[in-house]
Design a protein around this ligand. Structure first.
Ligand SMILES: NC(=O)c1ccc[n+]([C@@H]2O[C@H](COP(=O)([O-])OP(=O)(O)OC[C@H]3O[C@@H](n4cnc5c(N)ncnc54)[C@H](O)[C@@H]3O)[C@@H](O)[C@H]2O)c1
Length: 440
């Protein structure tokens, strides 16, 4: 790993490769980046653009913006490309996604119209409720990997790109259990040759990226790079990987509230979460097999934060239920209800109700930006393999096999900022603070 002074400079253009280019998250992200570049919008929700990091002792008042502290790529240096099942340019796709108002889209129309997806690598067996015409011709796994690599090479050449990041913004694939073919790189490469049916399209994209040394970010709950084969591949080609499933609406709320309840030693008997959403993501999740991927991702959060095995009196027997209902009238404007049954002193029951009327893609877009910029930093700092310090962004953070994931948003933020301090040769902040009062 390289640190201050040794980290390669962010020179030249950074290519952002997006499977799912025409989706709600992608188009909201793209329109927003262009509006920010034009100076007509603020990067609200983005830690890299608005966040600060405290350095040194509190009396020093050294609190630089993260973007001034670590060497990140500039927004003007980002160029975009990607794949989708639908041939529409990103302006048309954004209209269809119906997230942003027409006045916002008109202001960036020519930029969005210039972004047209390349034909997708798709297998309907992995995303049931979706059908689109813009596909690569049927071919075997290895030919499809080659076709993805060819798209990337052409994009790099045409745009004079020096580095690339791939971020999956495609649909949620069906739930997949890791199997033998995912267990090692040699098994996986054999599986590629044999057209193994347990290799999903997202794995073909990630294989094409990682084997070319391109970092891969998994915004969906798909298994993709959370398998030993891909970890091995990432290490072999010195590429960072991160995932999985962006932590936005309801799960964001859960990882804010649950650490608070636990900090006060309040018990939990049940947490019922239900969502209604009507975007294409909601339609895909209406299929039970895709929902299972999402459910697994959403359920793991409370168990790890509350640690029932350590606090059996408080959390030994709580009921956790997550429901997602596809309800078209709401479009991208999701509503997430949480009914939380807690208990306090002498076991007296209490209830908390949360009704989050959120906008899925508005919450997700800044995370895409941060992840792209941080993953590029990671690669220039020669940080390879799993980037656990980016857990902050994910519902189900990928971490080393022998560890459990860290879900508490506040620990995740501390981990992220301490990683930045470490990279830049600054002291870690432990928040001990006794040295302000005693000679230690
Ligand atoms: N919006 C959020 O808050 C949020 C949070 C966490 C995770 N996610 C995940 O992000 C992903 C994108 O969400 P969205 O709301 O933009 O969904 P979306 O349905 O609007 O967009 C997904 C796009 O991917 C395309 N696609 C599907 N399979 C593809 C493939 N194999 N190759 C290329 N393109 C493909 C689809 O045609 C579609 O245009 C989903 O997996 C979702 O679960 C979103």
């Amino acid at each position: 790993m390289k640190r201050k002074g040794e980290i390669a400079k962010a020179r030249g253009k950074l290519g952002v490769l997006m499977p799912g280019l025409g989706g709600a998250v992608s188009t909201t992200f793209l329109a927003g980046v262009e509006a920010i570049r034009q100076g007509s919008a603020l990067p609200i929700g983005s830690l890299t653009q608005l966040g600060t990091v405290r350095l040194g002792k509190r009396f020093e008042y050294r609190i630089p913006r993260i973007m001034d502290f670590v060497p990140l790529a500039q927004l003007d240096d980002l160029v975009f490309g990607g794949w989708d099942l639908f041939p529409d340019d990103c302006y048309r796709a954004a209209l269809q996604a119906d997230v942003l108002k027409s006045e916002h889209l008109e202001a960036v129309r020519s930029f969005l119209e210039g972004l047209k997806p390349w034909p997708a690598v798709f297998n309907p067996g992995f995303v049931k409720n979706l059908e689109g015409p813009h596909l690569k011709p049927q071919a075997n796994h290895l030919e499809l990997v080659e076709a993805i690599r060819a798209d990337i090479d052409t994009f790099k050449r045409e745009n004079g790109v020096s580095r690339c990041i791939m971020i999956w913004c495609g649909s949620t694939e069906v739930y997949l259990q890791p199997s033998e073919v995912h267990g090692s790189l040699s098994n996986f490469e054999l599986g590629l040759k044999n057209n193994d049916p347990s290799i999903s399209p997202s794995m073909l994209y990630s294989y094409a990226a990682l084997s070319s040394g391109i970092p891969y970010i998994n915004s969906a709950p798909n298994l993709t790079v959370d398998i030993p084969a891909m970890v091995e591949l990432a290490e072999k080609h010195q590429a960072p990987i991160a995932g999985k499933d962006l932590k936005t609406g309801q799960t964001l709320m859960k990882t804010i509230l649950a650490p608070g309840l636990k900090a006060r030693m309040l018990g939990l008997t049940g947490w019922y979460s239900t969502n209604i959403l009507g975007n294409r993501d909601g339609m895909v999740l209406d299929d039970q097999a895709s929902f299972k991927s999402k459910e697994e991702s959403k359920l793991s959060v409370l168990e790890t934060i509350l640690q029932p095995e350590v606090y059996s009196e408080l959390y030994g027997d709580f009921h956790h239920k997550v429901v997602i209902s596809y309800y078209p009238p709401r479009g991208d404007n999701k509503e997430g209800w949480d009914c939380i049954d807690i208990f306090g002193w002498l076991g007296y029951p209490m209830q908390i109700k949360v009704d989050f009327l959120c906008r899925d893609s508005i919450l997700a877009a800044p995370l895409v930006l941060d992840l792209v910029l941080f993953m590029d930093l990671a690669q220039r700092a020669e940080m390879t393999g799993i980037q656990e310090w980016l857990s902050f962004y994910f519902k189900n953070p990928q971490c080393a096999a022998e560890l459990y994931a860290e879900h508490d948003l506040f620990i995740q933020l501390m981990k992220l900022k301490n990683t930045l301090r470490y990279l830049m040769g600054e002291d870690q902040i432990t928040h001990l603070g006794l040295d302000y009062y005693y000679a230690l």
